[in-house]
Design a protein. Structure first.
Length: 171
């Protein structure tokens, strides 16, 4: 168990801008438990960075999540999840299945998220204005998450608290 206050079987929604470190954090869970919107875009279009494929990828993500929750399996959603409508759909599905919900805010500073973009290949680089708006939405989402129905809200400051978990991974 990654954090002591996480339920053993629940819905874990990572929230953060591109480059915040969501996929890096997600790798601390067994890979079968992680639903990555990027990976599913790749599955439907051969291009993980193809924004046109987001709708199709999101449809598949929701279908798999549904089937996993019917089995009461723990699932981690690796996507930006900075929009309330996106989160509400996930929370509603979890409540329907009686699964506890956890929001994990990956609150990496904007400057770091932007700097990490510059290290990526063109096909994986998210434009600066989009990263800025995702980061703003992440900050804005913070005080809303409990009202949205999340049972637990956790911070994973990728610069600080993630480091021990990454170290544990490499042991
Ligand atoms: P998107 O998929 O574009 O939304 O980004 P993401 O939030 O999944 O970010 P990702 O996990 O791909 O991390 C971006 C870069 O930051 C990668 O090169 C990681 O190696 C690095 N990184 C992520 N988390 C940490 C951390 O805690 N410490 C350090 N040093 N580097 C990190
Ligand atoms: Mg990612």
């Amino acid at each position: 168990v990654l954090y002591p206050d996480l339920p053993e079987h629940g819905l874990i929604v990572l929230i953060g801008a591109s480059g915040a470190g969501k996929s890096t954090l997600a790798r601390t869970w067994p890979s079968s438990q992680v639903l990555s919107l990027d990976a599913l875009r790749g599955t439907v279009s051969d291009e993980p960075g193809n924004q046109e494929a987001t709708g199709d990828a999101a449809d598949i993500l929701k279908l798999i999540l549904e089937r996993r929750m019917a089995r009461k399996l723990n699932t981690v959603i690796d996507a930006t999840n900075v929009e309330e409508t996106v989160r509400m759909e996930l929370v509603t599905a979890a409540k329907r299945h009686g699964m506890p919900t956890v929001a994990v805010i990956v609150a990496t500073p904007l400057t770091v998220c932007l700097q990490r973009q510059s290290l990526r290949p063109d096909s994986r680089r998210v434009p600066e204005d989009i990263v800025r708006s995702q980061h703003r939405a992440m900050v804005h989402s913070h005080q809303r998450l409990t009202a949205e129905g999340f049972n637990t809200v956790i911070f994973a400051d990728a610069l600080n608290r993630l480091e021990p978990y990454l170290n544990r991974l490499s042991q």
